[in-house]
Design a protein around this ligand. Structure first.
Ligand SMILES: Nc1ncnc2c1ncn2[C@@H]1O[C@H](COP(=O)(O)OP(=O)(O)OP(=O)(O)O)[C@@H](O)[C@H]1O
Ligand SMILES: [Mg+2]
Length: 353
């Protein structure tokens, strides 16, 4: 649905060149919620602004719904007619809502409809429909100043949906909101994604946002995408930084003579009581040292760090059992020297929450 290839953006700033995007290849499939995460300055906003051509890329192409936007003329406010039309099918939600304080909620939502050339009555009907969709039917006559942050963002989302977009771009839509409001806005985005089949590309610096709503994610650093994939595929990638940050597990062995294993649960296997089966089958006591489980896209997913009594050699069979159940099992540390080379200890990183 959204593809960028070799996307590069170099800003000229006071005679200096700043490379904000350095050859970004992004692929967002139709109907998915895709999260791009990265630290401040990584180039996330530049990416999203290049995707809807608010900013013209220095080089590379952007294709949205099969149309090469970079081939269309103009940029920013001086976009040509074709680019404006293409852009009206891409909704954009902003961190600071960008509502007009002098207009009512309904008039704010009507604004893009006015620009699209809809007649007065049709505009009003559509605006009320959209406000109903985002749960604000009763606030049509209110002014932005009378709304809470979460309600303002709902208006922002209703406005973004005015052109019946296939794609919704969101730049830190929840960064200015408290955790509970954040959850409700993310749920709204998820509902819209499912009910309208909307493809959502969202930018965030919060891991929790990715965990709550994203089907896929990419990690950006210094203008590049360093990791990307579905959450399940990332989890299944040994050493994935995103997977470790999404599901951080900690904990060290209680003493020498035991084997510590990180078990990754996803897909079918996540629903099975594998740990108790393991314990019963081999008659061993298993300690859980750490765990990070969550429901991602309606599926149970996560990691657990367990400790098995005995050295690695004594646990080859139980570990094999885990792998046979479709789980990924990585040896973290083993008391024996004979840790096999094909299962290197992952670098576990604790994330400040
Ligand atoms: N209009 C601009 N002119 C010059 N440099 C810019 C411009 N916009 C962004 N940059 C630079 O490009 C780099 C990437 O910025 P960008 O805003 O895309 O980062 P970001 O990942 O969105 O960060 P944040 O999380 O703080 O919003 C930064 O070094 C920034 O200073
Ligand atoms: Mg930004």
């Amino acid at each position: 649905m959204i593809t960028t290839s070799g996307l590069t953006k170099v800003y000229q700033s006071r005679g200096r060149e700043v490379t904000a995007l350095d050859g970004v290849d992004l692929h967002v499939r139709e109907g998915e919620v895709y999260g791009v995460i990265g630290q401040s300055g990584a180039g996330k906003s530049s990416l999203i602004r290049c995707v809807n051509l608010l900013e013209r890329p220095t080089s590379g192409t952007v294709t949205v719904a099969g149309q090469d936007l970079t081939a269309l003329a103009g940029r920013g406010r001086r976009a040509g007619k074709e680019l404006r039309r293409a852009r009206s099918r891409i909704g954009m939600v902003f961190q600071h809502f960008n509502l007009l304080d002098s207009r009512t909620v309904r008039d704010n939502v009507e604004l893009p409809l006015e620009i699209l050339g809809l007649s007065g009555q049709a505009r009003t009907r559509k605006a009320l429909e959209l406000l109903d969709l985002v749960g604000l039917a009763d606030k049509a006559k209110a002014y932005p100043g009378q709304l809470s942050g979460g309600q303002k963002q709902r208006v922002g989302i209703a406005r973004a949906l005015a052109g019946d977009p296939e794609v919704l771009l969101s730049d830190e839509a929840t960064s200015a909101l408290d955790p509970e409001t954040t959850r409700s806005i993310l749920q709204l985005l998820r509902d819209l994604n499912q009910e309208l089949g909307l493809t959502v590309l969202l930018i965030t610096h919060e891991m929790d946002v990715v965990k709550t709503v994203c089907d896929s994610a990419a990690l950006m650093k210094k203008g590049r995408i360093v990791e990307s994939g579905t959450v399940g595929a990332l989890l299944a990638t040994p050493g994935s930084e995103l997977a470790h940050e999404l599901f951080p597990v900690g904990g060290t062995a209680s003493g020498p003579g035991s084997t510590v294993v990180d078990v990754t649960f996803h897909g079918e296997a996540a629903a099975q009581p594998v740990i108790s089966q393991l314990s019963r089958t081999y008659n061993i006591d298993i300690s859980i040292l750490g765990a990070a489980m969550d429901t991602v896209g309606g599926k149970q997913i996560g990691r657990m760090r367990i400790e098995l009594p005995g050295r690695f050699e004594e646990n080859v069979v139980p570990i094999g059992f885990l792998r046979e159940q479709g789980l990924q099992a990585e040896i973290v540390e083993a008391a024996s020297v004979g840790v096999p080379a094909q299962t290197p200890a992952p670098i576990t990183k604790e994330v400040a929450k």
